[in-house]
Design a protein around this ligand. Structure first.
Ligand code: SAH
Ligand code: SF4
Length: 370
């Protein structure tokens, strides 16, 4: 299967151009057609010689994604279900924020980390996305706005869709370099956030990449017992190991870290737990933020429910009393299955149900008992 040209950094496009005995300015032209003019085919790159267009078609596809479903929410959130070349499904979400358009991208088909509250973790990882498939999500959302002539630009990216980004490390790094390239989409590194469930050794690698991208760590519990029971990754990288890696990241990059904390009613949202969380993060108080996130109910995980507003308020107050930088995060697109992995898992479920119904109907027609 041909790779998508979106998966190449500008340097890699230049290398390809030189390998094909062309002058390096051709790479700049290709890059601008891709990310400034945002063409839909190589044929539209009208200042390239026909032989080079043929060669591009020979070696690459442009867009590897097919749009299956688009849902728009009342608050402006748009959810896209895309089909990959091998028929697998992924989802991408566009959120309208007061500071601009923010896209949440998927990095893997399914996720092997298997957190107990997450819809994505219900389906084991089937494969990593290629760098081209990750970049293409941004391009398709941008083109969706281009087509409506809304003159709006995707200005922020959160790598918080399906999958564990640091478990698809190289492709995610290439993706970051492509979208950040100042001659292309030029999305500022400080406007990009990568979220991880806490792969400690990869956090240390990430610190040494020299990119100014923000790091978010999904913490969700202030001690090992609780964290291991809701996120099994904690058995591999317990809190002490995780925090050593985070401190190393802060020292190496001089950047702050955001902690994400989903509020699960009567599971992790007690005032004592808020105190434990404040104590745990004390050493890096000035260099960390905590986002308190409303839980998005997932039908398969009915052991969890959303914390009551009173419990959230008490938790927040205790953190504030300890001088913690924290916010209660706003929600987007709750009317359109916007929880991480939900549109995909619900569509797969519907597809399975439709398939089952078809088989049953066919059997009934053929007189076979179900
Ligand atoms: N795998 C990475 C990034 C994708 S998940 C990670 O875990 O950080 C992005 C964020 O969504 C994580 O903080 C995750 O814990 C959170 N999340 C998962 N399921 C959720 C749900 N049902 N409700 C609210 N947040 C959820
Ligand atoms: Fe994977 Fe993140 Fe979901 Fe955990 S929360 S299962 S790491 S996508």
């Amino acid at each position: 299967m041909k790779a998508s040209i979106y998966g190449l950094t500008r340097q890699q496009v230049t290398d390809w151009v030189l390998e094909n005995n062309q002058k390096s300015f051709r790479a700049t032209q290709i890059w601008e057609w891709l990310y400034r003019n945002r063409v839909a085919s190589f044929e539209e790159m009208t200042n390239l010689p026909k032989s080079l267009i043929d060669k591009l078609n020979e070696d690459f596809v442009l867009n590897p994604l097919k749009q299956r479903i688009v849902q728009e929410s009342k608050d402006g959130t748009v959810k896209y279900l895309f089909e990959l070349p091998d028929g697998m499904l992924i989802e991408t979400v566009l959120m309208r924020q007061h500071y601009g358009l923010s896209v949440c991208v998927t990095t893997q088909v399914g996720c092997n980390i298997g957190c107990t509250f997450c819809a994505s973790g219900l389906i084991p990882k089937q494969r990593d996305l290629t760098s081209g498939e990750i970049v293409a999500q941004i391009m398709l959302v941008q083109k969706y706005f281009d087509e409506r002539q809304q003159n709006e630009r995707v200005s922020h990216i959160v790598v918080m869709g399906i999958g564990e980004p640091l478990d698809n490390y190289d492709n995610v790094m290439t993706f970051l370099r492509v979208v950040n390239d100042d001659k292309g989409l030029a999305i500022g590194a400080r406007h990009i956030t990568v979220s991880t469930s806490g792969l400690a050794p990869k956090i240390r690698d990430f610190a040494r990449e020299g990119v100014q991208v923000n790091l978010a760590v999904s913490l969700h519990a202030p001690n090992n017992d609780l964290r291991s029971s809701i996120m099994r990754i904690n058995r591999k990288f317990p809190i002490e190991v995780l925090f050593e890696a985070i401190e190393d990241y802060i020292q190496t990059t001089n950047r702050r870290v955001t902690f994400e904390y989903i509020m699960l009613n009567e599971v992790n949202d007690g005032v004592e737990q808020a105190q434990e969380l404040a104590d745990l993060t004390k050493k890096i108080r000035k260099l960390s933020y905590i986002n308190l996130i409303p839980y998005n109910p997932v039908s398969e995980h009915d052991q969890y429910s959303r914390s009551t507003p009173e419990r959230v308020a008490a938790f927040y107050d205790r953190l504030k009393k300890n001088g913690v930088n924290c916010v209660v995060r706003q929600e987007h697109g709750t009317d359109i299955d916007a929880a991480c992995g939900q549109l995909r898992s619900n569509t797969l479920k519907k597809d399975r149900e439709t398939a089952r119904a078809r088989i049953a109907a066919a059997k009934a027609k053929a007189g076979i008992k179900a």
